[in-house]
Design a protein around this ligand. Sequence first.
Ligand code: AMP
Length: 170
Amino acid sequence: MDLKKFIRDIPDFPKEGIIFKDITPLLKDAEAFNEAIDRIIEQYRDTEFDYIVGIEARGFLIGAPMAIKMGKGFIPIRKPGKLPAEIISKDYDLEYGSNKIEIHRDAISPGDKVLIIDDLLATGGTIAAAVELVEELGGQVTGIGFLYELSELNGRELLEGHNVFSLMKE
Ligand code: AMP
């Protein structure tokens, strides 16, 4: 199945000059959604990990089904002010602006191995911040996975030394 057919380009969203990769057609198609999740899972058959960490919000849509199918727990990284217990946070730059992400301080214990999952790799700022949060808590990132990668933005350069996989690229 050609999964790229289910990713729609929306020009000038959320700002002029950005081509937004809309994954909602893929989520809506039961077969395509399931196949996308299974193909990402396939990459991590031999990777050791205890939890999947997903990044709000679209990272939840990929990471949570993976966690259920792989029999692992799910840990959310969220936007500011959403997590109720004690948090640590990190500021970072986006392709279109800047932001902050947070994780519960007790979500990860030293030595825990995690896969970090998000929908899309652009400049890499978001995922690099997520890696820092996990490592600050003593976690070990054994894999980083995306549904889609915008290769020309070179986000991978921020992730050197990590095991990075993208299901689709352009
Ligand atoms: P970055 O930190 O630049 O790698 O941006 C990645 C985050 O921003 C991901 O969580 C994406 O959901 C979102 N994002 C950035 N650029 C785009 C884009 N062109 N289309 C869709 N989502 C994007």
